[in-house]
Design a protein around this ligand. Structure first.
Ligand code: HEM
Ligand code: HEM
Length: 141
């Protein structure tokens, strides 16, 4: 179960990155061109959100299965002094959740905005901030 989920979590990162980069580039292009907000803008933004949410859900389950996190939990204080234990038990999850919150809030704010140029701009800025936080917390490239 742990191995299967870890592999899935590892592969899904590419989905998050791919749809993230596409959604961000499309939003930037549409913002600059002052385009209408069309169906494919919404679809790509939604795909990015779904991949990100799925990744968070699997990550949360992995957190309770991971042998590395288990070792960290035996003495959380001591784990903070170990780079690898601190990364897996604290930095990776906290950064990823923060990145996902930025992406979710960005989509939600953009949905509530009626002006199409502002919709694209908000999508672009929040998605970019979110993906940068996520990229900063991806291990072993
Ligand atoms: C830990 C698990 C999850 C959490 C905490 C979570 C949280 C959220 C939140 C807060 C929103 C509302 C965003 C808004 O304000 O519009 C949302 C929307 C959504 N989530 Fe998740 N989610 C999780 C897992 C998933 C999974 C596994 C999927 C799909 C496979 C998913 C798909 C969606 C979709 C489709 C929306 C609606 C997006 C829209 O139409 O704007 N989520 N989720
Ligand atoms: C967009 C969000 C995320 C991305 C892109 C991501 C990416 C990754 C990657 C690339 C790995 C390495 C997989 C491997 O070594 O084969 C990993 C491992 C892991 N992630 Fe995430 N992750 C995300 C969110 C989360 C969250 C929210 C949590 C916890 C709440 C989490 C917990 C873990 C755990 C426990 C491991 C495995 C540690 C181990 O036992 O070696 N991840 N993640």
């Amino acid at each position: 179960m742990y191995e299967v989920l870890k592999n899935l979590h590892s592969y899904l990162r590419w989905g998050v990155l791919l749809f993230g980069v596409l959604a961000i580039l499309l939003a930037l292009y549409a913002w600059i061109r002052k385009s209408e907000y069309k169906k494919h803008h919404n679809q790509l933004s939604l795909l990015f959100l779904i991949f990100t949410h799925t990744q968070i859900l699997i990550g949360l389950i992995l957190y309770f299965l991971s042998p590395v996190v288990k070792i960290a939990m035996q003495d959380f204080g001591a784990a903070m002094k170990n780079e690898s234990l601190r990364f897996w038990s604290l930095e990776h999850p906290v950064s990823m959740i923060l990145g996902a919150v930025l992406i979710s809030v960005g989509r939600s704010i953009s949905k509530k905005t009626s002006n199409p140029v502002l919709k694209h701009r908000r999508t672009f800025l929040y998605f970019l901030a979110g993906i940068l936080v996520i990229i900063s917390a991806i291990p072993n490239w």
